[in-house]
Design a protein around this ligand. Structure first.
Ligand SMILES: N#Cc1c(-c2ccc3ccn(Cc4ccc(CN5CCCC5)cc4)c3c2)n[nH]c1N
Length: 240
């Protein structure tokens, strides 16, 4: 998979050089390139924003630099991912879908967003997915791009050493929340590890974990008990 990110803050994407994406790059499983949007400006001030038509607070990102950047970076048929508060909710199901693509291009906006004609023009030759991390407001798309990239890259065959953990992390039974995890020491600040986990009785342990998943889900995410929210039960992409 090739991943390109276009942003006015290239340094914001330095974390892609670390840990999981960093190792995947070293293994040759992914190629990643970050591009400065201002590369495609032509005025002395390298202008990327202007006042919004129709009035309103803040500034809007101009279409011209984005159009030239996407023409240069995104080949026909690539998938353009545009983080935006107005996007479709980003869930594990979408992460698994994006993990099947050959090339992802992320358009990281700032200010009050990117001129809407950029996505409309891109949709003429690209798959365009406008996505939102959740119902809160960030200042730009870079944080969202990092999150989406991590969620997608970890699903790629060969990236995570222990594929079993991918299988188990379908949020416990039937897409519920994860059960609590513990490790040594067995007692810590007068807090003990649940005895069942020390029993060696794998059937009892599995039953306790399933019950803990259900208990947590009822308490924190009752919505997961009804709808198939985001497809937690998504399996990783089949090995190449
Ligand atoms: N993913 C994701 C995101 C983002 C996100 C993603 C990308 C950009 C680019 C710019 N911003 C800042 C911003 C702030 C407020 C508004 C709404 N305004 C109301 C009237 C006109 C706009 C629009 C954008 C972004 C925010 N925020 N939250 C998420 N889950």
């Amino acid at each position: 998979m090739r991943i390109d990110v276009v942003t006015v803050f290239p340094d914001y994407l330095r974390p892609l050089e670390l840990s999981l994406p960093g190792r995947a790059r070293e293994k040759g499983l992914i190629e990643v390139e970050v591009h400065d949007l201002r590369t495609w400006t032509h005025d002395v001030h390298r202008t990327v924003d202007d006042a919004p038509y129709g009035g309103g607070a803040g500034m809007v990102m101009k279409p011209e630099p984005w159009g030239e950047a996407l023409d240069a970076v995104a080949p026909d048929g690539a998938t353009l991912v545009v983080p935006t508060p107005a996007g479709e909710p980003f869930h594990q199901r979408l992460a698994a879908e994006l993990a099947t693509r050959e090339q992802l291009v992320f358009a990281c906006g700032r200010y009050e967003g990117i001129d809407a004609r950029v996505a409309a023009d891109a949709a003429r030759r690209l798959e365009v997915r406008e996505v939102s991390l959740g119902d809160y407001v960030l200042n730009g798309g870079e944080v969202a791009a990092l999150a989406v990239i991590e969620a997608v890259v970890r699903l790629l065959p060969g990236v995570l050493g222990n594929a079993a953990s991918l299988a188990e992390e379908s949020h416990g039974e039937d897409g519920l929340l994860e059960y609590p995890v513990f490790t040594r020491p067995v007692a810590w600040r007068d807090l003990a590890v649940p005895d069942v986990l020390l029993s060696g009785d794998h059937a009892r342990i599995a039953s306790w974990r399933a019950e803990e998943s259900r208990r947590r889900t009822v308490a924190r995410r009752p919505d997961l008990l009804t709808a198939d929210v985001g497809g937690w039960r998504i399996e990783p992409a089949a090995p190449a």
